[in-house]
Design a protein around this ligand. Structure first.
Ligand code: SF4
Length: 408
């Protein structure tokens, strides 16, 4: 099967065997989680082209997606959520006149020649949410034409780091090689990579000037080619470890299941190395995720299973203390009774609470600058600072610096 950004990401973020499981159509643990995103993309596409949205919705819930990225019918709730997000995102937005939506690009080895997107023999495929030609000006106020390569992200975590992913590099190099076909050779002065974070409303952009940044595009092309070669190498081996925790194919991965039996006959792991114990912890956690997902899918996230002995697993009631309505004025009363606190009231209250949490500060910034994300971020930049704290967890491969012993 051809390489595509999804499989290249799986290769780097999970392990080579995860790509094989994906290609075999293994059960995707978070299948339904992505359905609102799928619906969002199709509905925004229809809205951008002025097509009938209702018929798109009907198609999604009865038939699903067709073509090379085919998917079965999507749950109605997920489609409704995708529709809500699409309406919100498209409000007051005007799409550039020259645009291609869901542009499918495919190439032969090393991007040598463009191929039809449907051609299963293509070396690499990618689909870009939107490619547009926009007019802009350079630093000297001279008019320029820019090819905008835009991707919609529905994850709350989407930020400027999305501009550095392998997905973005495949899209940038593919769009660069398609310029002659789409617009004409020499017609474009720069390529803008754009991430639209749909949930937060933030946009992230990186400009690559042509020809000044061709070296960057060539370096990305080499990186993609190296990765495609590695990704195509068979058999693809499983690499159980911390990446399993977020691997969507753990349920079908025998290699990780086998690892759970590594301590049969040595239940306390007394004969296991530290590496083996750490790997076992990560794999056990991934399978806890699998069982949780399967159970939640079967009974619903807000349900529980009552076992014969009366115990329960699932969504169980826990006592919790919450703030009463009107607590702010009650607290202010308590603070100011008998004293003139004036403007120091806020400081005194925050100090008495031992400071605000980052979540509280974020809410306060949102309250002070409703709808103005840049102003909110500016306040947060003043109020917060980056720190490194240790906690029991795991890092993916490549995220932990290797310490080199000082040999004098
Ligand atoms: S569960 Fe772990 S070993 Fe199995 S495919 Fe996923 S990342 Fe690879």
């Amino acid at each position: 099967m051809t390489a595509r950004p999804t499989t290249l990401k799986l290769y780097t973020d999970a392990c080579p065997y995860a790509v094989t499981l994906y290609e075999q159509g293994a059960h995707h643990l978070k299948g339904d989680t992505f359905a609102p995103g799928t619906a969002f993309h199709d509905i925004v596409h229809a809205m951008s082209e002025g097509r009938d949205v209702q018929s798109v919705i009907q198609h999604l819930v009865t038939i699903g997606r067709v073509g090379i990225d085919a998917e079965g019918p999507l749950p109605f709730d997920a489609v409704a959520e995708g529709h809500r997000l699409a309406r919100h995102w498209m409000r007051d937005r005007v799409m550039p006149e020259v645009s291609w939506y869901e542009l499918g690009l495919a190439f032969s080895t090393d991007f040598a020649a463009r191929m039809p997107y449907e051609d299963a023999e293509a070396w690499v495929h990618c689909k870009i949410d939107r490619v547009s030609v926009i007019d802009d000006v350079d630093g000297f106020e001279q008019p320029i034409r820019v090819l905008e390569v835009a991707d919609y992200k529905l994850s709350w975590q989407a930020d400027e780091a999305e501009l550095d992913t392998i997905q973005r590099k495949v899209q940038a190099v593919s769009a660069w090689h398609a310029i002659a076909d789409l617009v004409g050779e020499g017609e474009i002065d720069a390529i803008d990579l754009v991430i639209h974070s749909v949930r937060t409303g933030s946009d992230y952009r990186r400009r690559l000037w042509l020809p000044d940044d061709v070296a960057t595009l060539e370096a990305w092309q080499t990186e993609v080619a190296t990765l495609v070669t590695a990704h195509d190498h068979k058999p693809r081996t499983a690499r159980p470890g911390p990446a399993c925790i977020s691997c969507d194919y753990a349920a079908d991965c025998e290699a990780s299941l086998l690892l759970l039996h590594a301590f049969d006959g040595d239940p306390k792991g007394q004969h296991a190395s530290d590496d083996e114990l750490a790997t076992a912890w990560a794999v056990a956690k991934s399978h806890l995720n699998v069982v949780t997902e399967v159970l939640q899918h079967r009974i619903g996230k807000r349900e529980k299973v009552v076992l014969p002995d009366g115990s329960a697993v699932g969504y169980v009631a826990r006592p919790k203390t919450v703030m009463t309505k009107g607590h702010a004025s009650l607290m202010a009363d308590a603070f100011t009774r008998g004293q003139d606190m004036g403007p120091h009231l806020f400081i005194a209250m925050v100090d008495a609470m031992g400071g605000l949490t980052v979540t509280q500060a974020r809410k306060l910034a949102r309250h002070l600058h409703k709808g103005n994300v840049a102003a909110q971020e500016a306040l947060l930049a003043q109020w917060t600072e980056a720190k490194v704290q240790g906690r029991w967890d795991s890092d993916k491969p490549g995220t932990h610096p290797v310490e080199v012993p000082d040999v004098g």
